[in-house]
Write a protein that binds this ligand. Structure first.
Ligand SMILES: *Cc1c(COP(=O)(O)O)cnc(C)c1O
Length: 400
């Protein structure tokens, strides 16, 4: 592309909470000629990814793969399990939960939206109270986000399952893991989740373009009587075709090559090591933010996200202006403030193919950009993050 701007050397620091940087290995794995998606070679690829992805969701049940962004998999979760007018209990953790609620409304569902201040995860007590009130069993599903990407607050799905059981309520549990899958510990079967919604371009380190529904037996049973209109998103044909290693319509073949590589990479590192790495990079980021004297949006340590940290700008300073300065001078991108916190917040993504040195590079660019943009802060954030990472490396060396 012709541009008046001089070439910028080195890699762009893509610190948004998805899409995340593509590992070279995944890029190379996708660099393949197009194959016949009804032929035997595709059948082998399909089997490999359909089986492999179950190990990431930790489920023995089927995982459906759509050629769509994550939003499509949200719709699939709702239209396959619910009927017009059904109540869905949702919790306002931030912008993404608000968008899912708006989708439920547009689909003719009746979302019951528990409001909150966008600074914590979903509150199991508030959910339990609503379920206990629902004597007529109008609520057919509870839908929460494992990780609210707009605020950096997690909800613990196992706690929500316990709450539903404690209330003796038959509602399905739907969980969005689009910005947590393959980054934060997740167990579809063990935690009794009915539909887990996932996406490609965050923890799985893939280009945008595929999304997932992991579906329990109870969810499949619900799909048989669900009456919302569905065609493209229908599980029925997908499940039938997947059994024979094919898809009812053209799949995103080359992204599936990438998915096979991503699953291999995650297991080579070990999922527990992947989760520990994300926990560590998140803690390093929070230590930097605190040392700068800035405020983390998530106010409950129990809800801290290991994939994204949202940071409040000091009063009178615009987050978008700060992001512009950082991009212009240091070639780093952050997530912007979304919805009602637009301009007030910037978000550092620390997920996917990232390590101690990359996060330090990103935090150093951030500290320089804060200075350049004239945002009031204290120096020493990067030092605090480095001290923590050295401490952790020392512990790891002792135990290995
Ligand atoms: C990114 C994201 C989405 C939207 O996914 P798209 O791929 O942009 O459609 C939904 N939920 C959460 C939690 C996300 O992080």
């Amino acid at each position: 592309m012709a541009t008046n701007r001089a070439r910028i050397a080195g890699r762009h620091f893509l610190q948004i909470p998805g899409p995340t940087p593509l590992p070279d290995r995944i890029l190379r794995a996708m660099d393949m000629p197009i194959i016949d998606h009804r032929g035997p070679e595709f059948g082998r690829l399909a089997r490999r990814v359909l089986d492999g992805i179950k190990t990431i969701f930790k489920t023995a049940s089927p995982v459906i793969i759509y050629p769509s962004s994550g939003t499509g998999a949200w719709e699939a979760a709702l239209v396959n399990t619910l009927s017009p007018g059904d109540s869905v209990l949702m919790f306002e953790t931030g912008q993404f939960s608000t968008l899912w609620k708006n989708m439920a409304l547009r689909l003719g569902l009746n979302p019951i939206f528990i409001e909150s201040d966008w600074r914590t995860g979903a509150d199991p007590k508030a959910i339990e109270a609503k379920l206990r009130e629902d004597k007529e069993r109008k609520i057919k599903a509870v839908a929460v986000l494992h990780n609210e990407t707009s605020t950096g607050c997690v909800t613990h799905p196992a706690e929500i399952r316990k709450t539903i059981d404690a209330a003796g309520h038959p509602a399905l549990l739907l969980v969005d893991t689009i910005s947590s899958l393959a980054s934060i510990d997740y167990r579809h079967d063990e935690w009794g989740v009915d539909v887990t919604v996932g996406g490609a371009q965050k923890g799985l380190m893939l280009p945008p373009g595929i999304s997932f529904n992991a579906v329990s037996d109870k969810a499949i049973a619900a799909s048989k009587s669900s009456k919302l209109p569905k065609s493209f998103w229908s599980w029925e044909e997908m499940l039938a075709n997947n059994k024979n290693n094919y898809f009812p319509y053209t799949p995103a073949t080359n992204i599936l090559y990438g998915l096979a590589e991503s699953i291999d990479m995650l297991h080579e590192e070990g999922l527990d090591n992947v989760f520990a790495r994300h926990d560590r990079l998140a803690e390093a980021t929070r230590r930097a933010v605190r040392a700068w004297g800035l405020e983390i949006v998530c106010r409950e340590p129990k809800c801290y996200s290991s994939t994204i940290t949202a940071i409040l700008m000091p009063e009178g300073h615009n987050a978008d202006r700060f992001r512009e300065v950082a991009l212009e001078r240091f070639d780093i991108s952050y997530g912007m403030g979304l919805g009602k916190i637009a301009g007030k917040v910037f978000r550092i993504g620390h997920l996917g193919d990232t390590n101690d040195a990359t996060i330090i590079g990103a935090l150093a660019a951030t500290e320089m950009a804060l200075a350049l943009a004239g945002v009031p802060h204290k120096k020493g954030g990067v030092q605090a993050a480095m001290d923590y990472l050295v401490e952790e490396a020392g512990k790891a060396a002792k135990t290995s």
